[in-house]
Design a protein around this ligand. Structure first.
Ligand SMILES: Cc1ncc(COP(=O)(O)O)c(C=O)c1O
Length: 336
């Protein structure tokens, strides 16, 4: 069976082999060496301060919101899918006053600027860089970064299924991601990039408190037990990703463009908003498509958000070959 899901992704053999070993004690020099290597490689991927903690994508997003938004503060949330809704849910539970702008396609930077200009009380803009439920990526990040800076709002970005394949310009205040999607490792590590200091005044549980992580990181340690096997896997996958450089995005884009131009299904995202890591298609009988592909040896995902029972999603991250995508197209088009 091969996984063409939006994560966890199909791992290359060398990544699986890198973690098949005894985890060292996390207060040892051996661990520090590993941790240093992973942090340096993460730092080479995006110009900001990386943090690694045990958890998944959801935890990374929750940690971002709890450490950067205080109860009662106003947050502008851009929503164009299920994960945008989930981020809003966390912000509300945190006690934030959330202004939600929900659209089929991401609100343009001009629209965001309009909202920020009219409401100077907004402290942060929260958005999904790569909305996995609809296959939509926010492509105007550069302009959005400038808008947020101009109005003194923090930019809090969920890039759980985008980073580091979907391009992300420098300058985002906080990025939340995870090990098991485009970072090409198994689930188990929540990863954040911090360009500004955590600003929570209270109410952050110890396991989510970024200040504790930053303090122990000075000595190449973690406050609590880290996901050691995932770190070994990441050390290997990050070397591979760094070696590919910009090609890493290109190979994903080639796969996505092939699916959008070959499958006889109607794409959900408009062309100018298409993610390079996850494709999403309208589909009248998603269960039939998913089960036929499974018979052919491929696991893909059903729909989410308002397209829940009427779409399929095919992820192109991980150890995916064009041959696999050709087979998927053959199977799906054979059903039509
Ligand atoms: C954009 C986005 N945010 C958050 C999450 C949640 O991640 P996890 O399921 O690892 O907790 C996902 C998972 O698919 C996601 O795609």
């Amino acid at each position: 069976m091969k996984y063409l899901t939006p994560g966890p992704v199909q791992l290359p053999r060398f990544v699986i082999e890198a973690m098949a070993r005894q985890p060292p004690f996390h207060r040892s020099d051996e661990f520090k060496k590993l941790f240093k290597s992973v942090l340096e490689k993460l730092g080479a991927l995006y110009p900001s301060r990386p943090i690694v903690m045990p958890g998944t994508g959801t935890l990374a997003v929750d940690v971002m919101i709890y450490n950067y938004v205080n109860p009662g503060e106003k947050v502008l949330a851009l929503v164009y899918g299920e994960f945008g809704k989930r981020a809003v849910e966390t912000a509300k539970i945190r006690g934030a006053n959330v202004v939600e702008v929900e659209r089929d396609a991401p609100p343009a930077p001009d629209e965001v600027e309009d909202v920020l200009r009219k409401d100077p009380a907004i402290k942060a803009v929260l958005l999904i860089h790569n909305e996995t439920s609809t296959g939509i990526a926010y492509k105007q990040m550069k302009q959005l970064i400038n808008v947020a800076k101009t109005y003194g709002a923090l930019l809090l970005v969920d890039s759980v299924s985008g980073f580091p394949a979907e391009p992300l310009p420098p300058g985002v205040d906080v990025v939340a991601t995870a090990s098991h999607k485009a970072l090409l490792a198994p689930p188990g590590a929540s990863i954040l990039y911090l360009a500004s200091e955590p600003r929570a005044t209270a109410g952050v549980p110890p396991s989510m408190d970024l200040r504790r992580f930053l303090k122990t990181m000075e000595h190449l340690e973690t406050p609590y037990t880290p996901p050691i096997p995932v770190l070994f896997a990441l050390d290997a996958s990050l070397s591979y990703i760094l070696e590919l450089g910009a090609r890493y995005t290109d190979v994903h884009r080639e796969r996505v463009e092939y699916l959008y131009s070959s499958l006889r299904l109607r794409p959900i995202p408009p062309p100018e908003t298409r993610s390079v890591t996850v494709t999403a298609f309208h589909c009248e009988k998603p269960k039939e498509v998913v089960s036929k592909l499974r018979e052919g040896g491929y696991v893909v995902a059903g729909g989410m958000y308002k397209y829940r029972d009427r779409s399929v999603r095919i992820g192109v991250m991980g150890d995916v070959a064009m041959e696999d995508l050709k087979k998927v197209v053959e199977i799906v088009n054979g059903l039509a």
